[in-house]
Design a binder for this molecule. Sequence first.
Ligand SMILES: Nc1ncnc2c1ncn2[C@@H]1O[C@H](COP(=O)(O)OP(=O)(O)OP(=O)(O)O)[C@@H](O)[C@H]1O
Length: 403
Amino acid sequence: MTRDVQAVLQRRLRPGATTPLAVGFSGGGDSLALLRLTLDWAELRGRPVLALTVDHGLNPASAGWTADALAKARALGAQAQALHWIGDKPSTGVQAAARAARHALLAAAAREAGACVLLLGHTADDRLEAARMRAEGSTTSDPRQWAPSPVWPEGRGVFVLRPLLEARRQALREWLSQRGETWLEDPANDDARFARARARAALAGEDPAVPPLAPDPAPPAAFEGEHALRLPREAPAAQVAAACLCAAGAATPPRGERLERLVARLRSGEAFTATLAGARIVAGEAGALFVREAGEGRRSGLSPLVLAAGETGVWDGRYEITAGAQPITVRPLGGLAGRLPADETQALKGFPAAVRPVLPAAVDAVGMVSSPILAEAGTIGARVLIRERFEAATGLIDQEPAT
Ligand SMILES: Nc1ncnc2c1ncn2[C@@H]1O[C@H](COP(=O)(O)OP(=O)(O)OP(=O)(O)O)[C@@H](O)[C@H]1O
């Protein structure tokens, strides 16, 4: 078991990297085994390990659990940090809300620490439980060994690695016990109100075979683009969904019937323009172009982003912008293009017409307009997130990238 886990780490992590590895450490047995195995691997390679523990604040004892987890991680030789889910907790669907908040906190903390890989301790048993839940009608997905962080924009540049997906929970616990370890049992695991706990209980008396891991997705054969994406019309549905997601800067990809209809239209060869999930799709002979839908006013994404001097933020899920010495407001260029300086107006001509209005424009305190994408040597920093997000979403990046 330990050798298999080390092989996964070896396959996915970049040799020679010195950035920290982030580990989601709940204090439970699975993530304690993960933390120890990661530390064993990282120590030999001189890499720091940062254990991140989320306190959901849902149980009066959680502050104590979190303090114990931090102390444990530090005693094992990791750095450790607590993260707190603050704010209102919904009265229904609290587990799903907690999961979303946890992923966002973990991804943001990993990124801030300079880590681009976040390790999570999902096991073969989690996969069996998810399969059981799906058989009963749930949409729980099969956890993947390597995937981009599911939260956006907090998870930009962060990948989730699950090296324990082929290990059984029992084997991990025996391995820990042999090393004299003890761990926390989360009472929510046995709470029959939760579908996950019911699936776990149902599987307890069985000895099901663990299905093989789903292979990584086959990466796109061809695509191009930076501010918009172009795919061949016959691209598989998952890539079409990813192109909509990344071009639109949205949080969740389109699914179901509307996606199927778009894929069928692309295959049919007709020339058309459609919109889906914040993306405009222009299909013609040269393939399908995916660009942010400029007229999509319902989503809050196109709303302005106010940045203080030197502050960094993500505008519209597509551009990471860093203000210079002046505070700025980032808005869509559409409607402001007439106020650009002459050199930027010239540069704008090099962009497809559909892209121009959805480029970012920065407006300063006295109303001067400049686009960090068009300015040759401006003081405002801009990173385009569209292409790298698409590469991560479609399996083109299947191991820790260089930073
Ligand atoms: N409170 C927490 N703090 C830090 N990491 C956590 C915490 N809870 C869970 N994790 C991480 O997530 C892994 C999976 O835990 P768990 O199965 O509870 O998560 P989940 O989000 O419910 O799973 P899924 O993604 O399948 O819904 C753990 O092994 C651990 O790495």
